[in-house]
Design a protein around this ligand. Structure first.
Ligand code: NDP
Length: 289
């Protein structure tokens, strides 16, 4: 399908990050604009940390529709925006900005994207127990969505216990979900894993094929879902071992797709063409190998 002609009606959406050369979002979003016949174009912007304030001001100056925000700006951009969604406020981080006539609204679609990717598979987390491995920025976004969807219990397991405990303290009063902080040794305990509905890897371990910390996979229910926020051309180490004992496995492509689909709708007020976006994302990821 041809690109919409660039002319005086063209509307610009972007992504701010540093580095930015690796981003697959332009492929996914431009395919969506094309199939919906919208006169929009999505472009990557390399924004150095010292230039963030000026880059945010340029959203207003250049009348951009909005931007996505990625590493290392997700937290730092918050103070430059006019209003925030509940998720963005709870996460203290923004991945999508919408420009409403010069007033900049910040949202965070990462956690909702994560949930949507599971709901698409017919999986509900209400009153379920979840093991969340990792306590960084992505864990924060996922945790907020787990609490908001009504999980019964989330055990946060992290290399540095203090970081997991800091999440417990920040979020224990947000909903009714019971939160507990543990170190990685706990993953060897059958008792921890035996009634979990979902085990999530939100650490960067496995991105380059590194071995995943010891985890007693066999103790999990047959129906227990393993979800890795990472994605690689092959299965990540965390998922490979789960698949060997026939547990359902998902990698981070679903989250990436759905966070992008939610952003697309925020900018265009149009339902996202998920099949097109998913195809474009897969092609972009294949090209990157
Ligand atoms: P952060 O740097 O904020 O957090 C990293 C986490 O990994 C921390 O919990 C850290 O533990 C843990 N960790 C790092 N190295 C090790 C190690 N060697 N052993 C054990 N634990 C380790 O990163 P993010 O949360 O932002 O991102 C994590 C991953 O998630 C990224 O690789 C990213 O690609 C992916 N991601 C995917 C998304 C998607 O759409 N699919 C969206 C966002 C992120 P500690 O606290 O001890 O340092």
């Amino acid at each position: 399908m041809p690109l919409h002609p660039i002319n005086g009606q063209t509307r610009i959406v972007g992504i701010f990050g540093d580095p930015i050369a690796h981003t697959r979002s332009p492929a996914m979003q431009n395919a969506a604009f094309r199939v919906c016949n919208l006169p929009y174009v999505y472009v990557p912007f390399l924004v150095r940390p010292t230039e963030l304030a000026r880059a945010v001001q340029s959203i207003r100056t250049l009348n951009l529709v909005g931007v996505n925000v990625t590493v290392p700006h997700k937290e730092r951009i918050v103070r430059h925006l006019d209003t925030l969604s509940t998720e963005a406020e709870l996460c203290g981080a923004v991945n999508t900005v919408v420009n409403h006539d010069g007033k900049l609204f910040g949202d965070n679609t990462d956690g909702r994207g994560f949930l949507a990717s599971l709901q698409k598979q017919g999986f509900s987390l209400r009153r379920r127990k979840v093991i969340l491995i990792g306590a960084g920025g992505s864990a924060r976004a996922v945790l907020v969505s787990l609490i908001r969807t009504g999980c019964k219990q989330v055990m946060i397991v992290n290399r540095t216990w203090a970081n997991a405990q800091s999440l417990v303290q920040t979020y224990r009063s947000v909903g009714k979900t019971r939160l507990e902080a543990l170190t990685l040794d706990a993953l060897r305990e059958p008792e921890l894993l035996k009634n979990a509905a979902l085990v999530i890897n939100s650490t960067s371990v496995g991105l380059h094929g590194e071995e995943f910390p010891s985890l007693t996979y066999q103790a999990t229910l047959q129906t227990c879902v393993f979800y890795d926020l990472l994605y690689r051309p092959d299965l990540t180490p965390f998922l490979k071992l789960a698949k060997q004992i026939r547990r359902p496995v998902y990698d981070g492509r679903g989250m990436l797709l759905h966070q992008g689909a939610l952003a697309f709708t925020l900018w265009t007020n149009t339902p996202a063409p998920l099949a097109t976006m998913s195809r474009a994302l897969s092609q972009a990821l294949r090209r990157a190998v």
